[in-house]
Design a protein around this ligand. Structure first.
Ligand code: HEC
Ligand code: HEC
Length: 258
């Protein structure tokens, strides 16, 4: 009982805090809107503010990302109606896109509680909804694999656990593949899979993927070490067993084929 009460108290407190933050912002927002081109002209203030907060949180930005202040650096004097910032015009284009998806492309939401697309669906708290492989490949083109690795580390530090980027054991496979196949840079591909193992040390598959690239690159000894690590984590990893037996055929058999 007591725990429940405490939880309820905490809940009330949290709502109170949110309301306070909300009222401060609300105070500066006019009751009439003069430049709505996508929202209905008579949208309620509360609805508009909720939508604007969803924009901000979906993109991980503040209101000033899309709205100009009339006095530089003073957010108490906002010119909400102004279209000076290109991001605001981009956002309008996005609003239209989201409306098209939700009303024309997705099946009709008959009971009104179905899954709909929102800014956060794609943006995941980012200004630009880039994926990890896109960001790392851009870095590679600009500054080589060292730049990709450095970027991965800073992104992981900043975003791990936020859902903005996938740092799981399979997220770097695409990067390694592109480096190996399209760029023909095996060394870089191996380094990316090494980075993957360092950041996902308990994933048996991560070790196997590293081993496979090491083997292709001609580093048989390294590949065997990686496969042994994979099998230590998961003795039933069939991919690991198979790759290991290809690299280390039982002595009798290898003698036969040679
Ligand atoms: C990602 C860009 C973006 C962010 C972030 C954003 N807005 Fe907006 N805002 C818009 C767009 C686009 C419109 C115009 C919508 C339309 O044309 O129907 C708008 C319109 C408004 C208007 C109506 C202005 C008028 O008179 O026409 C207000 C008020 C407003 N926003 C407040 C806010 C507040 C408060 C925040 C922060 C909590 C915020 N916005 C964050 C893009 C943004
Ligand atoms: C279906 C996925 C998707 C959804 C949903 C989506 N966006 Fe985007 N957004 C993108 C993509 C892709 C880009 C990059 C391409 C571009 O700029 O047109 C982008 C770019 C943007 C940009 C420009 C970024 C920059 O700084 O260059 C803004 C602003 C933006 N979106 C706002 C929004 C807002 C606000 C919403 C919700 C109303 C939204 N987006 C919903 C996919 C999406």
């Amino acid at each position: 009982m007591r725990t429940n009460r405490n939880l309820i108290m905490l809940g009330t407190l949290a709502v109170g805090l949110l309301l306070c933050a909300g009222t401060a912002a609300l105070a500066q927002i006019p009751d009439e809107f003069t430049n709505l081109q996508v929202f209905p002209k008579d949208v309620g203030k509360q609805d508009l503010v909720v939508a604007m907060r969803n924009f901000s949180m979906g993109l991980g930005v503040r209101c000033t990302h899309c709205h100009v202040t009339t006095t530089e650096g003073d957010t108490s004097t906002m010119d909400w109606a102004s279209d000076d910032l290109p991001t605001k015009k981009d956002a309008r284009r996005m609003m239209q896109m989201v409306a098209t998806i939700n009303t024309q492309l997705l099946p009709e939401d008959k009971d009104k509680d179905g899954l709909r697309v929102q800014c956060v669906t794609c943006h995941r708290g980012l200004q630009n909804p880039d994926t990890l492989d896109k960001v790392l490949m851009k870095e590679y083109s600009a500054g080589g694999v060292e730049a990709s690795i450095a970027r991965y580390k800073t992104l992981r530090e900043k975003y791990f656990g936020s859902g903005s980027f996938d740092f799981g054991p399979y997220a770097l496979v695409g990067v390694a593949e592109q480096l190996a196949q399209r760029k023909g840079d095996m060394e870089a591909a191996v380094q990316i899979m090494q980075l993957n193992v360092e950041n996902n040390p308990t994933s048996s598959d991560a070790h196997v993927m590293l081993a496979q690239l090491q083997a292709v690159k001609g580093d048989k000894a390294g590949a065997i070490v990686s496969l042994e690590a994979a099998l230590k984590l998961d003795p039933n990893n069939s991919q690991a067993k198979m790759t290991l037996s290809q690299l280390q055929p039982p002595t009798g058999e290898s003698a036969k084929t040679e």
